[in-house]
Design a binder for this molecule. Structure first.
Ligand code: TRP
Length: 339
């Protein structure tokens, strides 16, 4: 069982990213290894160039993201961690896969529509091809499993279609490319904005007040939680009528790594929502403090971070290179393969 996922080097990572994605990555490296395979994670700088961006800042954000992933527990001995742009196979495979990608399918991608609406100067062709690059990311490693958020479901469906169409068109009965499956976590998908608990916590669509960032100072975390929107009533239980309280229970459970039902049981003795908020703040601070300390240490040594990425890229190319060679060979591209 091989795992692949990509993470954007843009924006500050928040609690939803941490609980939903980053912790899944950390768990995935063990799971993959126990299954005798690998977890491969990429910081997708090429994807970040599809919307307006600043080149110098992109470099910084890649290192921020690398340091954060390492601080959260990714171990370059257990997984492959690399920067997408360091592995040219991704761009080459993107072009090759374009031949089995339907223009009409790309036109139907929700994220393309949303992101193109928010671009002021230019809707780049790269933004349109973004899902093909994402397919190349995963298919280059013949990954089986793709841990992603709910918002990426359509992109994973598309890469499955691309792999199936490629095998049907060029495979001559063989599975040249592996058809991957998504793995959408139940918990992180549900971390909501503290001010607008009907909306997901988000860097772009959310409120700053309602978004807890992984690198927020403990004081800021406590403040945001103390101001979290709750609901009428006093009972600390999850229910559809209580989105604010439900969200706080979910965050507390995820931070302590227990079931929400257990939190409800413990909180039955609480005096009110104030107790709940304080408990959530304690648990979140306790979860994030060690990550923040390690981050500060790692982020200070850029040369060491570049070394980690370079070693990761080398290992990544050892896998992606042969895949691209197979793809070229069956597509009739370039010189005939040496026999
Ligand atoms: N598009 C994904 C996101 O915005 C990031 C990504 C790029 C990715 N390549 C990937 C995710 C490959 C999974 C697999 O979150």
């Amino acid at each position: 069982m091989r795992i692949f996922s990509g993470i954007q080097p843009t924006g500050r990572k928040h609690l939803g990213n941490y609980i939903g994605a980053i912790r899944q990555y950390v768990a995935g490296q063990r799971r993959a290894q126990e299954a005798g395979d690998l977890a491969i994670y990429s910081i997708v700088d090429l994807h970040a160039t599809t919307v307006s961006y600043d080149p110098a800042e992109l470099r910084e954000r890649c290192l921020d993201t690398t340091a954060l992933l390492l601080a959260a527990g990714l171990d370059p001995e257990l997984c492959i961690l690399f920067r997408q742009g360091d592995v040219p196979e991704h761009t080459e495979l993107t072009w090759l896969l374009c031949s089995v990608t339907a223009h009409g399918d790309l036109n139907r991608m929700h994220q393309f529509k949303e992101k193109s609406d928010s671009q002021r100067e230019l809707v780049s062709a790269g933004l349109f091809l973004y899902p093909v690059l994402q397919a190349a990311d995963v298919l280059a490693y013949r990954a089986d499993e793709v841990p992603v958020g709910e918002d990426q479901r359509q992109h994973v469906e598309l890469m499955r279609d691309i792999a199936e169409r490629f095998n049907a068109r060029f495979g001559d009965g063989q599975q040249i490319l592996t058809v991957p499956a998504h793995r959408i976590p139940e918990v992180g998908a549900r971390i909501m904005d503290l001010q607008h608990p009907e909306r997901k916590m988000s860097t772009t669509g959310g409120s700053d007040e309602g978004t807890v960032y992984v690198l927020d100072e403990p004081e800021a975390i406590r403040k945001k939680l103390s101001r979290a929107v709750t609901d009428s009533g006093t009972e600390i239980v999850r229910s559809l009528e209580k989105p604010g309280v439900t969200n706080l229970i979910d965050i507390l459970a995820a931070s302590r790594d227990v079931e929400p039902a257990q939190v409800e049981e413990e909180m039955a003795q609480a005096r009110g929502y104030g107790d709940l908020k304080a408990a959530v703040a304690d648990a979140v601070v306790e979860m994030l403090e060690p990550v923040q300390a390690r981050y500060a240490e790692l982020r200070g040594d850029e040369a060491a971070l570049e070394d980690v990425l370079a070693a990761g890229a080398e290992r990544a190319r050892e896998i992606a290179g042969p895949t691209v060679a197979d793809v070229r060979a069956v597509m009739g591209v370039g010189p005939p393969p040496a026999r």
